[in-house]
Design a protein around this ligand. Sequence first.
Ligand code: PHB
Length: 387
Amino acid sequence: MTPWLKLTTLAALAGMAGLAHAQAKPPLKVGLMLPYTGTYASLGNMIENGFKLYVQEQGGKLAGREIQYFKVDDESEPSKGTDNVNKLIKRDQVDVLVGTVHSGVALAMAKAARENNTLLIIPNAGADAITGPMCAANIVRSSFSNWQPGYAMGIVAGQRGIKRAMTITWNYAAGAETVKGFTEGLEKGGGKVVKDLTLPFPNVEFQALLTEIAAQKPDAVYAFFAGGGAVKFVKDYAAAGLNKTIPLYGPGFLTDGTLEAQGSSAQGLLTTLHYADNLDTPRNNAFRKSFALTYKANADVYAVQGYDAAQLLAAGLAAAKGDLDKRDVITAAMRKTVVDSPRGKFSISPAGNPVQDMYLREAKGQNNEFKAVAVKALADPARGCKM
Ligand code: PHB
């Protein structure tokens, strides 16, 4: 072979190798940081299942890339948040972070995502600051801000003539912020909150606080609890007989994914949320059927948020043709997309939070049933976000 021929052969071989390389991009590494133990364990599992369901429906790939999962149980423990998220960022070198449920842990994740410029999609935690003062191009949420369902319930309570309300919740960011939203909505309708009660997360010793509610006799109680804690609170409220005299309201987390365990104690409860189980749309019906077939369980709001986190990622990746280096293209596309969610279509605000309808729901049997649109296309005020 002449030297020239040798060279051209080598060049051709190199070209072929390059082509093979271009065709087979390595898998996209997705880091799931969720609670798999503790009071929010079922929420974490539903989010993971929802996320994986969407990926499975796309043939296991997003924008042509296989998905490889890395998992960390964050235990809903804020003090371990930074160490846990660094396992995914530094040790596993994930391309995208998906998490978490607990606002305190999510704040640590958002800080790390900002410092390392890692893409972060939040499939639950509502911490207002994340799409407020801490907002960043590389962070988006597929769920809600804590302010959103709280504000909607405050508006509804005002419309129902509530003048004096009490609130009860866990003493951390999510509790404080949802109560703030509720208070703001209620005050618009001429009511006010006369007393806020709290207990440390994830405690469930409610008796002394229920005694105080009985003594104060407010027109209504607004409660934020979720997962295992919500099951216990709703049961204790009914066991104390309070459900007969003082209406119990809450963001939908109070009765979402929990109705079976709450039994008769939750029946008839009114809550506000961006999802209702029985939304009779082709999109929601197909989603619930697919979820039930795959997991032999009914979907809930957490499954929807996990599913939509995957949809957001898919929209970003599609715009960049699967190329993670095109970061600006990905983050812009995630804000431009209209997500065709089981909850109904929603868009993403410049701060990275869903702009979405808030529904009033009633717990009936195993479903949180749609009753009305409480607030249409509600956008979080994104106070303090500068981008
Ligand atoms: C939160 O910590 O932001 C949080 C946790 C559970 C929920 C909703 C919000 O169901």
